[in-house]
Design a protein around this ligand. Structure first.
Ligand SMILES: C[S@@+](CC[C@H](N)C(=O)[O-])C[C@H]1O[C@@H](n2cnc3c(N)ncnc32)[C@H](O)[C@@H]1O
Length: 324
C-alpha cells in the first residue's frame, strides 16, 4: 500500500507517509535506511503488450502501459479524491493554500479559474475566502465527476473536462486569477498550458503556479543524505539540467500497475515556455515543509535541512504585452 501511495505524484500525496515524519521528503527519512525505494526506482522502458495482455479472458481490455498513459490521472482518481478530500492533503492545507491565499489578496469579488483542478477541493475554499466565481478544468473525467459531486448545489462553482494544453472555451479572457497547483509537471505541453492560462486572464489578471521545486525535487533522482563527519543532513540531486520524463509506477511489483508521467524540467524550460506564452514572473516564493522530525541525535540537523531546502516553488505571473 505504501508503495502505491509513495509513487504517485512524487510522494507528496502519500496518506500513509503523511502520518509520519519519516518519508523521503522529510529530512528525517535518512535515519531509517537512507534512500527510500521510490527514489531508487528506475523508469522502465515502455513495452508493447502482447495480444493476450491487452484482452482479459472476459474479453474486457486490461490495463496496458499504453492505455494507462492515455487514461492519465483517471487511473488513480478514486485514491486521489479520497486522499485530498474536502480540504486538501496535508501539504495543501499547511503549506500550499496558506501561501496561495496570501498571494491572491485581494480576492473579494474575483473570478478564478483552477487549471488542472483535480477533484476541485480548492473551489469551495476560494469562495469562502471571497471569490465570486470559480471554474475548474481537468483532463480526468473521473476527477471532474468527483468535483461536481463534492460541490453539488454550490453556486458559481463549476467544473469541466478539458485538456488544458488545447484551446478551449474556458480560456476566454474573463478571469482575474488563474491557479495551477501541483500540475505543471504532469502536463506534456508546457507552452500550450501557459498560452491557455494567459488567454483565460483579463489584461490585469494574475496566474499563480505551485509546483515541485525542480532544483531540489526530482522523482527517483533526488535524495536526503547524512554526512556523519560534519553531522549535516544534505540534499543530493543526481540529475537536474536535462528535461526528463519519468514514469511513476504505482505498484512496482505487479505485472500490471497504474502509471502516470512526471515531466522534470530545469528552470530555463519553464521561463522559455512562459515567455512564449506572453507571461512574466512577477513574484516568487519557496515553500518549505511544515513537518519536523522526532527528537533524536540528528533532529537539529534535520530541522535545519527542512528550513533550508524548499519543497515547492510558487510563481506569480502577469501578462506582459512586450512578450506577446
Ligand atoms: C497532482 S494532480 C493536482 C490536482 C489539483 N490541482 C490538486 O492540487 O489537488 C495533477 C492534475 O493534473 C491533471 N492534468 C494532467 N494533465 C492535464 C492536461 N493536459 N489538462 C488538464 N489537466 C491535466 C490531472 O488530471 C490531475 O488532476
Amino acid at each position: 500500500m505504501q508503495m502505491f501511495r509513495q509513487l504517485v505524484c512524487g510522494n507528496f500525496y502519500s496518506p500513509d507517509l503523511m502520518k509520519s515524519n519519516r518519508n523521503s521528503e522529510d529530512p528525517s527519512s535518512n535515519r531509517k535506511g537512507g534512500t527510500p525505494f521510490w527514489e531508487k526506482m528506475k523508469p522502465k522502458a515502455p513495452r508493447r503488450p502482447t495480444s493476450r495482455e491487452s484482452q482479459s479472458s472476459t474479453g474486457k481490455p486490461v490495463p496496458t502501459r499504453e492505455n494507462q498513459q492515455e487514461r492519465g490521472w483517471d487511473q488513480v482518481a478514486q485514491w486521489y479524491d479520497q486522499l485530498v478530500g474536502d480540504e486538501g492533503s496535508d501539504y495543501h492545507k499547511n503549506v500550499i493554500m496558506p501561501a496561495l491565499l496570501k498571494r491572491l489578496q485581494p480576492l473579494s469579488g474575483a473570478s478564478v479559474i483552477d487549471v488542472c483542478c483535480g477533484q476541485g477541493f480548492v473551489g469551495k475554499l476560494l469562495k469562502q475566502a471571497g471569490a465570486s466565481r470559480v471554474h475548474g478544468v481537468d483532463a480526468s473525467p473521473q476527477l471532474i465527476a468527483s468535483a461536481q459531486k463534492r460541490n453539488a448545489g454550490e453556486t458559481n462553482l463549476s467544473y469541466e473536462v478539458a485538456d488544458a494544453c488545447q484551446p478551449g472555451a474556458w480560456a476566454n479572457g474573463s478571469y482575474d486569477a488563474a491557479l495551477c497547483i501541483m500540475a505543471v509537471h504532469d502536463v506534456p505541453d508546457l507552452t500550450g498550458l501557459f498560452q491557455n492560462i494567459a488567454r483565460s486572464l483579463t489584461d490585469r489578471g494574475r496566474a499563480l503556479l505551485v509546483f515541485m521545486h525542480p532544483c531540489f525535487r526530482m522523482p527517483q533522482h533526488s535524495h536526503w543524505g547524512w554526512d556523519a563527519e560534519q553531522k549535516i543532513q544534505y540534499r543530493r540531486m543526481d540529475r537536474y539540467g536535462t528535461e526528463k520524463t519519468i514514469a511513476i509506477t504505482t505498484h512496482p511489483g505487479r505485472k500490471s500497475s497504474e502509471q502516470t508521467k512526471f515531466y522534470h524540467r530545469p528552470l530555463p524550460s519553464y521561463v522559455q515556455s512562459l515567455s512564449a506564452a506572453g507571461l512574466a514572473i512577477t513574484g516568487c516564493d519557496e515553500l518549505f515543509s511544515h513537518r519536523r522530525s522526532q527528537v533524536g541525535p540528528r533532529s537539529k540537523a534535520e530541522h535545519l535541512a527542512a528550513e533550508e531546502f524548499p519543497l515547492f516553488l510558487l510563481w506569480e505571473l502577469r501578462k506582459c504585452p512586450s512578450l506577446q
